[in-house]
Design a protein around this ligand. Structure first.
Ligand code: DQA
Length: 147
């Protein structure tokens, strides 16, 4: 089963970006962790990152058309992008909202996610482990496994 892992703005800066908050792994390392974990779970994982809202919206359309399960870290778009929320709402397969940090333990503006209500679920606060937990959740989902 193919799975898209979609990362939003500034996540390409992982490793150097606020490492106290987001950890020391860079985006390439995160991508490697995800594809490796996917392989073990029988998932063909493709990891993408963009700073561009329109591109993220297009990728969600692609996922909806292809019935592809998604891990989505919308980054700052989480908190205000209705365009991203509407794109995610079209999902035809499980879509899990992912965060490295725990937004609820941070600034007030991060407490609202406009995406959560249209996601299958949310995993936040476990660093790169949030992605690995998300992949495990997808691998256990009967819609994804087709059983
Ligand atoms: C984030 C949390 C967001 O609030 C923030 O804007 C990010 C990353 C996370 O993974 O913890 O860019 O989505």
């Amino acid at each position: 089963t193919r799975v898209l892992v979609l990362n939003g703005p500034n996540l390409g800066r992982l490793g150097s970006r606020e490492p106290d908050v987001y950890g020391s792994a860079d985006h390439a390392h995160l991508a490697e962790l995800c594809t490796e974990a996917g392989r073990e779970l029988g998932l063909e994982v493709e990891v993408r990152q963009t700073d561009d809202e329109a591109e993220l919206v297009r990728w969600l359309h692609e996922a909806a058309d292809g019935r592809l399960p998604v891990l989505l870290n919308p980054a700052a778009f989480t908190h205000y992008s209705y365009a991203l929320r509407d794109a995610a709402a079209q999902r035809t397969a499980p879509l899990i909202e992912i965060h490295l940090s725990n937004p609820h333990a941070r600034e007030t503006f991060r407490h609202l996610s406009v995406v959560s209500a249209v996601a299958s679920g949310t995993i936040a606060g476990f660093g790169t482990g949030s992605y690995l937990l998300g992949l495990r959740a997808l691998a256990a989902d009967p819609v994804v496994t087709g059983s």
